[in-house]
Design a protein around this ligand. Structure first.
Ligand SMILES: C[S@@+](CC[C@H](N)C(=O)[O-])C[C@H]1O[C@@H](n2cnc3c(N)ncnc32)[C@H](O)[C@@H]1O
Length: 271
């Protein structure tokens, strides 16, 4: 499986995907100090990437952490009473989102809370990481805090090593460390990406089975024999309990007027 990691920075997203066997392509206009195993690096301005590139490379999933600095200052009114309008932050975010949406590839974008004021409300969040996209895990760890907040709350610079190590690093190195996607979040998204892809291949199997069996007059036989595929088939179609039970070979459900619930005629189990 192939991941596109836009604005890959220190490979926070890619490391988690690569550890699970994915091939990752990271794009950034700053060369990284290292390229992890199973990762390829493309030194490029993301504004030069277009829809054709994303489509031609046949990625299975895309992650994108466009720069958050310009947005962040809007969240620090005490330190920055007159912040500069985040023109580049908005441009990079919107350019990426337009391509990812049009590509049809499942994707997750990450940025900071104040970005919402300029690019629209986030679809979800994981601690202080705000997320937009069409493939965000419905349940995520919430104890993760971004960069400085994490450090302040811990009272010490726990996440990236000791106080001294962090304090004496150059400002830009410190900023890059703080922006890195933590493994808890990256692994959670990688896990969900794999489940989405499994489900997608399940759909393909079903539609193939349906076409084959329908043409032979035994519609849904293949599905009935694969109970694990049933939820994938049933949920999006919004089928009635009767149809689902019939397809699953559990007999026709009957309605119990007193409880108002459905149960299966043959098994008595709830529908
Ligand atoms: C928020 S950091 C990404 C953090 C990364 N996801 C990680 O886990 O380390 C933003 C990155 O965007 C890169 N960047 C900023 N503007 C860019 C552009 N126009 N094209 C490509 N990369 C850019 C920066 O070099 C930086 O590495």
């Amino acid at each position: 499986m192939r991941l596109l990691d836009l604005f890959c920075g220190r490979w926070g997203w890619s490391r988690a995907f690569a550890a699970r066997g994915w091939e990752c392509v990271g794009v950034d206009w700053n060369a990284p100090s290292e390229i992890p195993e199973r990762c390829k690096f493309l030194l490029l301005n993301v504004l030069l990437i277009d829809l054709a590139y994303v489509k031609n490379m046949h990625f299975d999933f895309i992650v994108c952490s466009s720069p958050c600095e310009e947005f962040s200052v809007w969240g620090m009114k005490h330190f920055h009473p007159n912040p500069k309008y985040p023109e580049m932050g908005i441009k990079l975010f919107n350019h990426s989102r337009a391509i990812l949406e049009a590509s049809g590839v499942p994707y997750v974008m990450e940025n900071v809370k104040p970005a919402q004021k300029f690019v629209g409300q986030a679809d979800s969040r994981c601690g202080s990481f705000y997320l937009w996209g069409n493939a965000i895990p419905p349940i995520m760890p919430q104890g993760i805090r971004k960069g400085a907040t994490q450090m302040r709350r811990d009272g010490r610079y726990k996440r990236h090593g000791g106080v001294d190590e962090q304090m004496y690093k150059a400002k830009d190195v410190r900023a890059a460390n703080l922006a890195t996607i933590p493994p808890e979040l990256a692994s959670c998204v990688a896990d969900y990406a794999e489940r989405l892809l499994e489900q997608k291949s399940g759909w393909r199997k079903i539609s193939k089975a349906a076409t084959l069996t329908a043409s032979h007059g035994h519609a849904w036989t293949g599905v009935r024999n694969s109970p694990e595929l049933m939820p994938v088939l049933a949920a999006p179609q919004g089928a009635s309990p009767a149809r689902l039970a019939h397809a699953a070979g559990r007999g026709t459900p009957r309605h119990t007027p007193r409880s108002g619930s459905w149960s299966h005629a043959r098994t008595g189990l709830p529908a």
